[in-house]
Design a protein around this ligand. Structure first.
Ligand code: R5P
Length: 282
């Protein structure tokens, strides 16, 4: 089995190939003069893992082209970050169900797929092939173990991320909680940990995605207001739209950590081992 990737997931793919004991296929990427994407892949053999996060339209087109370039081989798709997955409902008439559209396109020509912490596992039903989502929470817990936090509290920014926070905390037997919003008036909302006090503690806010950073920056300010000693942020997918990284640091977050499902300067833990294990179990 060989491993091949889009330009957007080269580092993760190289780590995955190493963890899987597979060869990494060389691919050259360029554009036609009119801006259209082009690629040329080396020999993929009979069985190949195609790795590519969908972070934007170019990443999506490159992934579609790469799957086509592997036509004839048995293809396992590794979709570390599935962009468009948050539009998983038709919230109002006339909207696309984007997660269904993307899953439908990517299912063509592949035999199975692996995702990492997809925002809502409900979207898996849109793939027409066997598919599973893997959780990086234990890996994040192991990474945080080394950080020397004082009386750590792992905090989800909302109850939707509470299970994720419990999985991260569970690795080290640390406390976990989630923030709860209370509406004070039509304009004012307060947020505080549901059960535990943040005062004097190192708090790590964990979430599947940091997009604009708005959720975590608001939480960070509130936690400092409640006497937190230090606030950190850890996520799986570092989207960091619109200057989110700076926004978080400016809000007082000491360090921002993410994985290599989207390759960033602060990608300090890898999804490669998790994906390799998931593949070996199937
Ligand atoms: C939403 O439910 C997700 O889990 C994240 O909380 C959300 O995507 C974060 O978005 P932002 O960084 O823009 O606040």
């Amino acid at each position: 089995m060989k491993v091949i990737s889009t330009e957007y997931s080269q580092i993760l793919a190289a780590r995955l190939a190493k963890a899987n004991g597979s060869d990494l296929v060389d691919v050259r990427f360029s554009r036609f003069p009119d801006g259209e994407l082009y690629l040329k892949a080396g020999q993929v053999g009979n069985e190949v893992l195609v790795v590519g996060s969908v972070t934007d339209s170019d990443a999506l087109v490159q992934l579609i082209l790469l799957i086509d370039a592997c036509h004839g081989a048995e293809i396992t798709l590794v979709l570390p970050y599935m962009g468009y997955a948050r539009q998983d409902k038709q919230f109002s008439a006339g909207e696309p169900l984007s997660a269904r559209a993307i899953a439908g396109i990517l299912s063509g020509g592949i035999s199975r797929a692996f995702l990492v912490n997809v925002h809502d596992p409900g979207v898996l039903r849109f793939f027409g092939i066997p598919v599973q989502t893997l959780s990086l929470a234990p890996e994040i817990g192991r990474f945080l173990q080394e950080s020397g936090f004082y009386d750590p509290l792992i905090l989800a920014p909302d109850d939707g991320a509470a299970l994720f926070a419990s999985e991260v905390a569970g690795v080290n037997g640390w406390d976990f909680d989630h923030l709860e919003k209370t509406r004070i008036s039509s304009e004012e909302v307060s947020m505080c940990p549901k059960k535990l006090c943040a005062e004097g503690r190192d708090v790590v806010i964990v979430d599947d995605i940091i997009s604009t950073g708005g959720t975590l920056a608001t939480a960070s300010r509130l936690l400092y207001g409640q006497g937190a000693r230090n606030v950190y942020a850890a996520c799986v997918h570092g989207v960091f739209a619109g200057g989110a990284y700076s926004h978080l640091i400016a809000s007082g977050v000491r360090e921002v950590y993410c994985s290599d499902t989207i390759e960033r300067g602060c990608s300090v833990y890898s999804a490669a081992g998790l994906i390799a294990d998931g593949i070996s179990r199937c």
